[in-house]
Design a protein around this ligand. Structure first.
Ligand code: DC
Length: 226
């Protein structure tokens, strides 16, 4: 599969910092951004709103195929509209995240979202954030990163995020949810979460966001991509 522009794939488990890091790099180098997790979250939310069960593979793949979604970027802030309704915040809840992880395990849903994800690849380049960006969606990407951090550190980061959003949560519950989601994402039969053979692995447990961004941008420069 040849892509029309270079792709930087950033895969890894939830809470490793992929979202923030992908957004910052895309902004710095002026590339497009694909938040593939948002597509699974939107499919889950759309199913919940339309009364579709999260294990009804055929109905869910129809939801995924027919997603009426618009990504609007205004003054550097991304807004996500589902059927004209602003769901930017709604798709980030723990319940939608858990439903997304279940929905994402179904092969027909993944197949329905594949081309939609590839269509994000446009000049001058794309930063693609997800679980299977380097293994399935963009296997020929010239730079693949696999970001990890310990489950404890990811739970701690998630707690901080929730507290900043004024939400209440317990560290122990978050840790259990993260471990359950990791297990589901890594053990599913289609497109399981794992590093691509040619991925550069970066453990961010002891690194802050600017340090990670700096390392990835150094690799982009080294490979003369941006
Ligand atoms: O990155 P995230 O938390 O927004 O992703 C939500 C869920 O979607 C996650 O549990 C796994 C799934 N997902 C996936 O299976 N493949 C992707 N490329 C991105 C996300």
């Amino acid at each position: 599969m040849m892509t029309v522009a270079p792709v930087l794939t950033i895969d890894g488990p939830g809470g490793a910092g992929k979202g923030t890091i992908s957004r910052m790099i895309a902004e710095h180098v002026g590339w497009h951004l694909l938040d593939s997790g948002a597509l699974y979250r939107l499919t889950a939310l759309s199913a919940i709103r339309n009364g579709v069960a999260v294990d009804d593979a055929q109905a869910l793949s129809l939801q995924a195929q027919n997603l009426d979604v618009v990504f609007v970027v205004e003054e550097g802030v991304m807004q996500i509209l589902l059927e004209s309704d602003d769901v930017t915040t709604a798709i980030r809840s723990e319940s939608v995240g858990n439903a997304a992880s279940q929905v994402a395990a179904l092969p027909p849903v993944r197949a329905a979202l594949l081309q939609r994800q590839r269509d994000f690849c446009k000049t001058p380049g794309l930063v693609a954030d997800g679980r299977d960006m380097g293994t399935v969606v963009f296997p020929d990407a010239p730079l693949k990163i696999y970001l990890t951090a310990s489950a404890e550190e990811r739970a701690r980061r998630r707690l901080l995020q929730l507290q900043q959003a004024g939400e209440d949560a317990r560290l122990s519950t978050l840790l259990e949810e993260i471990q359950a989601r990791d297990a589901r994402d890594m053990q599913r039969s289609v497109a399981p979460l794992k590093p691509a053979e040619d991925a550069v692995e970066l453990d961010t447990t002891q690194l802050d966001i600017p340090e990670v961004v700096e390392r990835i941008e150094a690799l982009l420069a080294e490979r003369k991509l941006a």
